[in-house]
Design a protein around this ligand. Structure first.
Ligand code: UDP
Length: 467
């Protein structure tokens, strides 16, 4: 007799910071329970032209995961990537998702060996909840960020839009946060009081509550307080399943193997825990004047460094933005290395020579740094990074503050401040270091058999396959 497979339809969003953990999660589910099969719908977006080949390379060893490319839908031209433009983009994809799902369902009708038990939607794909409802398929939300960010959005969408736009208190009490959240670390649209952005974020958040469960790339040991606050009658059940980390540095179109090997060779030559790694996520870049200040700060600090230098997309040559003589000085001194616009971040953080990470505090970067026990010096730039930085420093004591409220368009952080911050950071704050090492141990235990995230995954699968 053919055993019935329970199929999950994964719809990740194509941006690397969302894809990485979603793909790891798909692999984890498949490897945990052999009743499951997965079909992944690949969304094409002109801003991420390599996502399809990236997905295929990450899943190359997982033939149980089928990949279907959705037809390309062009986002409206000349519109910045805001919550509302993303919402419209996802709305435009809905009809294609629906017809693809209908095809899958009708092919299963004839085969009798498969049944679709759920959609797993990245949180930017939350509008697809409606498609699931139309076709009678439950949706699970996949949040590649953290429980704190989720509860903040759920809290904000309950407030009146007019109040959010008029809001002038310097801080806000939010359930799940042990201390009030300063308005300076609120996500972009709530900070700038941009009506379209606020409405867009609230639209997404409303959809989150229409799901059968919310999966979060976090661990309960880190976010106990926020997860407890989310465990109420109005919020779908929460599954903390992280950290989900892609340990294999997959080929990236922006990183050649030769460059990867050069970076590793250079790190091999450095003393233990002596190098600070600077990397600001998949989209983080600074304009020439800020780049210059960073370069001078590094030069004057005396600290060894590996720097993923990336200019804004309008500037095609990163190195042109450096102070005169910097490259020659670096060559002569041998104390630093530029690693081009894409760094093999996981391999770098795993290297014994790395002693600190100047990070934009994207959630994947935070989890990766905790996994390898590398402390962070905070320099947030966009999205929910200010909130993450604030929590890392103030709530958890897991990072050292350079800035928690920097964002695109902020005043320059001057070289002297960077120099001082780097020196203090690399001298090692023993309290922060100790806490990071403790969290590293907890993170590793959480995913092992019997660990909190391991148990959560099992609970989730039971819910999925019992329907
Ligand atoms: N990343 C990388 N090399 C880079 C920049 C980013 O490997 O030069 C990876 C990083 O390891 C992480 C992801 O891309 O897994 C970025 O996710 P994160 O949530 O930290 O930031 P985002 O890019 O979403 O802002």
């Amino acid at each position: 007799m053919v055993e019935m497979k329970k199929t999950l339809i994964f719809i990740p969003s194509p941006w690397i910071g969302h894809l990485n953990s979603a793909l790891e999660f798909a692999k984890l589910l498949i490897n945990t329970d052999n009743h499951l099969s997965i079909t992944l719908l690949n969304i094409k977006h002109p801003g991420t032209p390599f996502s399809g080949s990236y997905i295929r390379s990450v899943l190359a060893s997982q033939p149980q995961i089928q990949i279907i490319d959705l037809p390309e839908v062009k986002p409206p031209q000349n519109q910045p990537a805001t919550a509302s433009s993303l919402w419209n983009f996802m709305e435009g994809i809905k009809p294609h998702v629906k017809s693809t799902l209908q095809n899958i369902l009708s092919s299963y009708l004839n085969s009798h060996s498969n049944t679709v038990v759920g959609l797993v939607l990245d949180f930017l794909c939350a509008p697809m909840v409606d498609v699931g409802k139309d076709l009678g398929i439950p949706s699970y939300l996949f949040n590649p960020s953290n429980a704190g960010f989720l509860i903040l959005l759920l809290h904000l969408q309950k407030l009146q839009i007019e109040d959010l736009l008029r809001y002038s208190d310097p801080e806000m009490c939010v359930p799940g946060f042990p201390s009030p959240v300063p308005s300076s670390v609120m996500p972009g649209p709530f900070y700038t009081r941009d009506e379209e952005g606020v409405v867009g974020c609230c639209n997404f958040a409303k959809k989150f509550t229409e799901t059968k469960g919310i999966i979060i790339n976090t661990l309960s040991e880190l976010e106990r307080y926020a997860i407890d606050a989310l465990t109420d009658a109005q919020t779908p059940p929460i599954y903390a399943v992280g950290p989900l980390i892609n340990h294999k540095c997959h080929p990236n179109p922006n990183l050649e193997q030769a460059q990867h090997d050069l970076i590793m060779k250079w790190l091999d030559e450095q003393p233990d825990s002596s190098v600070v790694f600077l990397c600001f996520g998949s989209r983080g870049s600074f304009d020439p004047s800020q780049t210059r200040e960073i370069a001078l700060g590094l030069q004057h600090s005396g600290v060894r460094f590996l720097w993923a230098l990336r200019s804004p997309p309008t500037n095609d040559n990163e190195e042109k933005t450096l102070p005169e003589g910097f490259l020659e000085w670096m060559e002569l001194e041998g104390r630093g290395m530029l690693c081009g616009s894409w760094a093999p971040q996981v391999d770098v953080l795993a290297h014994r020579a790395i002693g600190g990470f100047v990070s934009h505090c994207g959630w994947n970067s935070i989890l990766e740094s905790l996994w390898f026990g590398v402390p962070i010096l905070t320099w947030p730039i966009y999205a929910e990074q200010q909130l993450n930085a604030f929590r890392m420093v103030r709530e958890w004591g897991l990072a050292v503050e350079l800035r928690v409220d920097y964002r695109e368009g902020s005043a320059l952080v001057m070289a002297e401040e960077i120099e001082k911050g780097l020196k203090h950071f690399m001298e090692r704050d023993s309290m922060v270091y100790k806490k990071v090492q403790e969290m590293k141990e907890m993170a590793r235990k959480a995913v092992l058999s019997g660990g909190s995230s391991f148990i959560s995954v099992r609970r989730l699968i039971d819910d999925m396959i019992s329907s």
